[in-house]
Design a protein around this ligand. Structure first.
Ligand SMILES: Cc1cc2nc3c(=O)[nH]c(=O)nc-3n(C[C@H](O)[C@H](O)[C@H](O)COP(=O)(O)O)c2cc1C
Length: 188
């Protein structure tokens, strides 16, 4: 069984990106076990002074890093904010990129998906996220890609995806990600 930490890049109640990850849990292949990370909102704003020896590191970033270490892969579902990613997600990744928490993204298989209200379905947001992930030395899966556009129309009242094509695409991402985790292998 491969453990995947699934990170929604939004704090919003009713976030479409969180719903997308809940759907990913429902559709997960037999050998994948997704756990949704709910802690982005409890991470302090990154500040290098918090890493100074005189200031013991706050616990939430340490816990976040430990969850990433324990996972075989990380699946991020990001909204698009102003053609980029939300600050809360960038803040979380900035924490994970630091030696003070062990740089747990180095060599980590990561998959990126996203949902937005607009017509382009987070194309620019996901591109910005991939650029940031490059700096962390995470190993981002190049494809298949999933851009959920006009997200308000894509979920029913129970949070289920209504479009079978999106269900198929999400399933394809998960199946490919299981293979990607094998391809990348554990961190050496
Ligand atoms: C500050 C802000 C900036 C946004 N910028 C964009 C954008 O550049 N492109 C886009 O498609 N949607 C944009 N949106 C709309 C989001 O796609 C929409 O709020 C979406 O529901 C956010 O994801 P969530 O449902 O997971 O919270 C923006 C929303 C906010 C709050």
């Amino acid at each position: 069984m491969k453990k995947v930490l699934a990170i929604p890049g939004s704090l919003r109640r009713g976030s479409f990106n969180r719903l997308l990850l809940v759907e990913a849990q429902r559709l997960q292949p037999a050998n994948l076990s997704l756990e949704i990370y709910n802690g982005l909102g409890s991470l302090p704003l990154f500040d290098q002074d918090l890493e100074a020896p005189a200031s013991p590191l706050p616990q939430p970033p340490l816990d976040f890093a430990a969850q990433v270490v324990a996972a075989d892969g990380v699946l991020i579902s990001t909204p698009e904010y102003n053609h980029s990613i939300p600050g809360v997600l960038k803040n979380g990744i900035d924490w994970l990129s630091r030696t003070s928490v062990g740089e747990p993204l180095i060599g980590k298989p990561v998959a990126v998906i996203g949902a937005s209200a607009g017509r382009w379905g987070t194309r620019l947001g996901q591109t910005a996220l991939r650029q940031t992930l490059l700096a962390t030395e995470a190993i981002a899966m190049p494809g298949p890609l999933l851009f959920v556009a006009e997200a308000r129309k894509q979920f029913d009242e129970g949070g289920r995806l209504v479009d079978e094509r999106i269900v198929k695409s999400l399933t394809a991402v998960l199946v490919a990600f299981e293979r990607w985790i094998d391809t990348v292998g554990p961190r050496r």
